[in-house]
Design a protein around this ligand. Structure first.
Ligand SMILES: *Cc1c(COP(=O)(O)O)cnc(C)c1O
Length: 370
């Protein structure tokens, strides 16, 4: 068996220990005589799995009292509709900050459901490469003080732009506007203060587990302002009242997510992850910065630790670069089709050894082609 270094943006690398444990438990989970995939979601076995998953996630993320943790389906793009359907019942108004491809998708989808405005937009349409390279200064955000919420994307997976600070809504003249954050690609990568948000969501397939599961953390008071047309299966209130069992949840994905949560706890939790993620991303960015052969565009203060887009100055070498990487077992480095170039995703389950191998390859490829 050979395992590669998998730099995919998602679905992405999972800890080997977790995959082995899942393999061992595949046919007979804890003496039940069944695979988790075959269990009733309402039986005592699966109930213990989902309860443990919620407890572990609450512990890892220090989720305060007064928030529900929901295990849903629909992915990040599903939430682009599910959030407005659940929150716009208040007065139909929401504001968005556009810092990359994902928040741009979010604002477009929300416009189908209400009166939606961009509080700030970082797009530089004139740039040939690197259309999104920064977070606009908080002081320049124009937030309506009566908006039902303000949405932003904490880590732009495609463009490589990450928020390291949480905006202070009082300073923006909108103290009562809850923050909604798309955490899909950096959830659990470092400590985050959930009490600063009204709602945080993330698809699992980036930094948690398999596709099919979406985690939603929502403040209790926000369960009460859904639009009348909100589908029942996507109503936060109904899902919360039914402990994520209003309809059948993605049982196997929740089981794997829980194995990942337990793995994270064994590693020392999100504080330990942050240390590793800083070390990995610093190694990669410093390798790229030291060279004229490679180009990055994102401003240093907003460079993502999870997703590192970069370009070869001579793009005619792209295919040779990817072929050489594959020979060394460094896979899925091709950039998103909308931005081109390369992208290395360094989620929690990517080891420092993987980033060291990539850094070595970057240097060697430059030596032989520079
Ligand atoms: C991947 C991703 C999404 C979309 O997730 P799906 O599960 O494919 O719908 C949304 N937002 C961010 C930040 C992402 O990285």
């Amino acid at each position: 068996m050979t395992r590669v270094f998998n730099f995919s943006a998602g679905p992405a690398v999972l800890p080997e220990e977790v995959l082995k444990q899942a393999a061992e438990e595949m046919l007979d989970w804890h003496g039940s005589g069944m695979s988790v995939m075959e269990m009733s979601h309402r039986g005592k076995e699966f109930t213990s799995i989902i309860e443990q998953a919620e407890a572990d996630l609450r512990e890892l993320m220090s989720v305060p009292d007064g928030y529900h943790v929901l295990f849903m389906q629909g992915g990040g793009l599903g939430e682009n509709a599910i959030v407005p359907l659940n929150l716009l019942g208040k007065n139909n108004k929401a504001d968005f900050v556009v810092t990359g491809s994902w928040s741009e998708k979010s604002i477009k989808e929300a416009q189908r459901y209400g009166d939606i405005k961009a509080a700030a937009n970082a797009r530089d349409a004139s740039a040939a490469q690197g259309k999104f390279t920064k977070v606009p200064a908080f002081a320049d955000w124009q937030v309506r003080s009566d908006a039902a919420y303000l949405h932003y994307c904490g880590n732009e997976t495609i463009d490589g732009v990450e928020f390291f600070d949480v905006p202070d809504m009082a300073a923006l003249g909108a103290p009562d506007v809850p923050l909604v954050v798309d955490m899909s690609s950096h959830i659990l990568s470092r400590p985050m203060d959930i009490s600063k948000y009204g709602l945080a969501f993330g698809g699992a397939q980036k930094n948690i587990g398999p596709a099919g599961l979406t985690v939603v953390i929502v403040r209790d008071d926000l369960l009460e302002q859904a639009q009348a047309v909100c589908p029942s299966a996507f109503s936060y209130k109904l899902v919360a009242e039914n402990k994520s069992m209003y309809n059948t949840p993605p049982t196997y994905s929740i089981y794997i997510a829980n194995l990942v949560f337990q793995w994270l706890k064994r590693q020392g939790g999100v504080a330990a992850m942050e240390k590793q993620n800083v070390a990995k991303s610093e190694l990669l960015y410093s390798t790229l910065d030291a060279s004229e052969f490679y180009v990055t565009h994102v401003e240093k203060a907003h460079r993502s630790r999870m997703n590192v887009p970069f370009f070869l100055r001579d793009e005619s070498l792209n295919d040779a670069f990817l072929a050489g990487a594959k020979e060394r077992g460094l896979l899925q480095l091709k950039g998103h089709k909308s931005v081109g170039g390369m992208r290395a995703s360094l989620y929690n389950a990517m080891s420092l050894a993987g980033v060291q191998a990539l850094s070595g390859y970057l240097k060697d490829f430059e030596k032989s082609h520079g």
